[in-house]
Design a protein around this ligand. Structure first.
Ligand code: ZZB
Length: 261
């Protein structure tokens, strides 16, 4: 599986990340790196998801930057020539997701100048980097999780999230026939999805919009406005790579550890 790793720049180092200063004396060099299969949706980022109970590490890259991801992902990066040393991971620090909530980020292509790290309970440790960029206009999971945080003060309080950090509207970026220009909110509404815990419904919603958006979606913003998603996915990826706002990252096939009788 090949992902685009989106570099979400930390605008202000939280206490839990102060130790990275040893390497990245300027905080412009510290990034949460999110694995995505949908680079063309980066125009619609509204926040970044972290698993509050997941463990993250900071590592130095070949170019003297600092990337934050799960250790598993850092190990993959080490084998892909992304890190300072080949084949070894030397963590600069270790931190739990809940210590990194409400961090200010600058993400590429989105129209919001600052977005925040927020908790999502369904972030998987064994997929991508454990850092997930959020596009609630086009990803039902993201929309449902964002609405949860907007509607549940107790959930925000639990993780030290303010109302201002979730006061971001989905951005219309892709027109999808039948679903319109906010396909995830539309499908969540029509399927009666109430929260991020509606796992089965969300999986179904995701599958529906994913295919339709890929084959029939048309971009509404940016350099490739008016073009079909399937024709510009690669171009947006190239743009991000050229601007050094992303790197490519491969995920090895999962080992099958057990088989059913
Ligand atoms: C931005 C985006 C915009 C995404 C969209 C999806 C959609 P798949 O197809 O099941 O492999 N993701 C990445 N890592 C994780 C993780 N550790 N835990 C939970 N979710 C993760 O899913 C790939 C997508 O899952 C990635 O692409 C990422 O979200 C998320 F409009 O990035 B995506 C209809 C989906 N739309």
């Amino acid at each position: 599986q090949e992902y685009t790793l989106i570099k979400m720049r930390v605008q202000q180092l939280p206490p839990a990340l102060q130790k990275v200063k040893a390497v990245a004396s300027k905080s412009e060099k510290v990034f949460l790196v999110a694995a995505t299969l949908r680079p063309e949706t980066m125009y619609g980022q509204t926040n970044c998801w972290l698993g509050p109970d997941l463990r993250y590490i900071a590592v130095e890259t070949r170019t003297g930057e600092v990337f934050i991801s799960t250790k598993r992902a850092a190990r993959n990066m080490a084998y892909q020539g992304i890190l300072a040393k080949d084949n070894v991971v030397e963590p600069l620090l270790e931190v739990k997701g809940h210590e990194l909530m409400g961090v200010k980020l600058a993400a590429p292509l989105t129209s919001y100048k600052t977005i925040y790290t927020l908790p999502m309970l369904t972030v998987k440790e064994d997929k991508g980097t454990g850092v997930v960029t959020s596009v609630p206009s086009d990803a039902p999971d993201d929309y449902a999780a964002l609405v949860d945080l907007k509607n549940k003060p107790a959930l925000r309080e639990k993780y030290g999230i303010s109302e201002a950090m979730v006061a971001f509207d989905p951005i219309p970026i892709i027109d999808v026939p039948e679903y319109g220009n906010l396909s995830a909110p539309t499908i969540c509404e029509s399927m009666g999805i109430k929260s991020q815990n509606d796992r089965d419904l969300l999986a179904e919603a995701k599958e529906k919009v994913y295919l339709k958006s890929f084959y029939e979606g048309v971009l509404l913003v940016g350099d490739f406005k008016g073009k079909k998603v399937q024709d510009v996915k690669k171009s947006v990826q190239d743009l991000l790579l050229k601007e050094k706002e992303a790197v490519m990252y491969q995920e090895p096939e999962k080992l099958v550890m057990s088989r059913s009788a």
